[in-house]
Ligand binder design. Structure first.
Ligand code: NAP
Length: 526
């Protein structure tokens, strides 16, 4: 059921200030309207989260893992109502939303297996050496603990997998942190349905009410108040560079500054090496256009930049890509605001004196439609104007012609931080690619070969991060199990009596987790 409520722990509230979702495919306002949470709700949710923290962080591994699985089950149990509402609010096709639900519940279940396994505790014991000369060594035991209540900002472009029960929420709850979600105003009905599913799992598992709260709203003030609240200890965000930086600023100016893990903008360079380009330029062109236009290009991993050495093979690629793009039908964008930003970004590129428009997709007069756009420039122009390297969120890309591999390396070295870089290479390209790899690794979070960056696996080895502005902290990831470490910090216990030690580093290893003793990993106890 959707009734526009704010969920402050187990309590449902209605506010007098309201906002509405819209169907971006028609521009029509959707019912019902929604409460816009105010600072009172922020304060109450933060107080409840703080009160819940000690008990929730102390839950045993099985209880916490079962809770994550209960959330997944509750999301699946919503059924078609969730899919229908998400399609209506996002304009994304039904199969995409169904797939995203699978990914959302899959990542919750993956984090449940991670929690049960217990490696994230990094239980480490340096036993006392009472007879060591000249000084004895104390008994030292280290374990990771949860940082405290976490604020999560749902993303517009993944209304399920990066939103209320998305990767930030799953990893924070897995770490033992209560979560307060600031709902994205682009999908308030979807957000409420998922929030209710999480709240039902909290109740079912007998957890403290403040383990989860949901604050819908469409004002910067709401998000700002949440990040400023002294009881919040970390933030997860996916969205615009401006939004992410605003939250980083608020967090850094608090009396107690806190980390903000913001995933912001990336143009995901694709590098076509000469042998690969000569051998399969046509196939690369059509696969590139498919990746560029998938989901109206509204992926953080969308390939917005193509780099290659100039010549006939690149000319043929540009021609083939332009022909393929000109046949692509437009697709509905997520919100009028995102559509307007896309149109503005494309118009700026089209009017740039050093940029040529290669092709546009099929035209339309429908609401909020993304018409694909492909542009062509050279490396000298790209190096001279940093604006050409800014993200245009949607199905727009720039091809940059480089004179030689030295110029291509200069372009890569000057790129802003990126989530991904893609190499198209044949065996004859490996020597040149090997030379470029160290420069690339300094600029991006994931390097892939002979594929496309769209489509991010949720797994243990995945890195969905990268240097600024791809993220505000390139040392970590927002997708995959490594994400749990954003919400943990190490604590060392020195000479504590056995009965006071946390379970994972206690004398009988009651949770049966793998531990490192005096620097040596114990044979897995499981
Ligand atoms: P957004 O405008 O950054 O909003 C994301 C969330 O942050 C919303 O809940 C928004 O809430 C909040 N927010 C934004 N600015 C804030 C501020 N100054 N203070 C407090 N809270 C703030 O992102 P969006 O609406 O999803 O999309 C807009 C643009 O973001 C797109 O055109 C695209 O350029 C970029 N984007 C990038 C990615 C990516 O993965 N790289 C993904 C999605 C979007 P309120 O609006 O209610 O304040």
């Amino acid at each position: 059921m959707i009734d526009g409520a704010i969920l402050v722990g187990a309590e449902q509230r209605q506010a007098t200030t309201r906002f509405s979702g819209i169907d971006p495919s028609t521009g029509a306002t959707l019912t019902p309207d929604f409460s816009s949470a105010g600072v009172d709700a922020v304060a109450d949710a933060a107080a409840l989260a703080e009160a819940a923290f000690v008990d929730y962080a102390a839950t045993d591994l099985e209880t916490r893992a079962s809770f994550l699985e209960a959330i997944a089950d509750a999301i699946v149990a919503i059924g078609d109502e969730l899919i229908d509402r998400a399609v209506q609010e996002s304009g994304l096709p039904r199969p995409r939303i169904e797939g995203e639900r699978g990914r959302t519940v899959g990542q919750l279940r993956l984090f449940a297996t991670v929690v049960r396994q217990g490696d994230w505790l990094d239980a480490t014991i340096d036993p006392a050496l009472p007879d060591r000369a000249p000084l004895p060594r104390p008994d030292l035991r280290r374990v990771n603990v949860a940082v405290g209540p976490v604020a999560v900002f749902g993303a517009s472009n993944f209304p399920l997998a990066f939103s209320v029960a998305g990767g930030d929420t799953a990893s924070a709850l897995a770490a033992g942190c209560p979560v307060i979600v600031k709902g994205h105003p682009a999908h308030p009905g979807t957000g409420e349905l998922v929030a209710r599913a999480i709240a039902s799992a909290v109740a079912k598992c007998g957890l403290p009410a403040g383990t989860f709260s949901y604050l819908p709203g469409d004002t910067n003030d709401l998000g700002g108040a949440l990040v400023a609240d002294p009881r919040i200890k970390a933030v997860g965000f996916t969205g615009s560079r401006g939004g992410g930086l605003a939250l980083v600023k608020i967090a850094s100016q608090r009396a107690e500054p806190i980390p903000v893990y913001a995933e912001m903008s990336s143009i995901n360079p694709v590098i076509l090496f000469p042998a690969a380009l000569a051998a399969r330029g046509d196939a690369l062109a059509s696969a590139f256009v498919q990746s560029l236009t998938m989901g109206a290009g509204q992926f953080c991993t969308n390939p917005g930049l193509v780099l290659a050495i100039d010549g006939p093979a690149l000319d043929a690629f540009v021609t083939a890509a332009g022909a393929a793009l000109s046949e692509v039908r437009p697709a509905t964008m997520l919100t009028p605001g995102i559509h307007a930003s896309y149109e503005k970004g494309v118009a700026t590129l089209a009017q740039h004196g050093a940029v040529k428009t290669v092709a546009r997709g099929c035209s339309t007069d429908g609401a909020n439609q993304a018409v694909g756009a492909l542009f062509d420039t050279d490396a000298a122009a790209f190096l001279a104007d940093s604006a050409l390297g800014h993200e245009v969120f949607g199905s727009s890309a720039v091809i940059v012609r480089c004179k030689d591999s030295a110029e291509l390396t200069r372009v890569v070295a000057q790129l802003e931080g990126q989530l991904t870089a893609t190499l198209h290479v044949d065996a004859g390209d490996h020597a040149e690619a090997a030379k470029l790899l160290p420069t690339l690794a300094g600029r991006v979070g994931r390097i892939l070969a002979n594929g496309w960056p769209t489509g991010v696996e949720v797994s243990h080895a995945m890195v969905h991060g990268g240097p600024f502005p791809a993220t505000s902290d390139g040392r970590t990831t927002s997708v995959g199990t490594l994400a749990i470490y954003r919400f943990l910090r190490p604590v060392c216990f020195q000479n504590l009596p056995a009965e006071l030690l946390p379970t994972a580093i206690g004398p009988d290893n009651a949770w049966n987790v793998a531990r490192r003793i005096d620097g040596i990993r114990e044979a897995s106890p499981r």
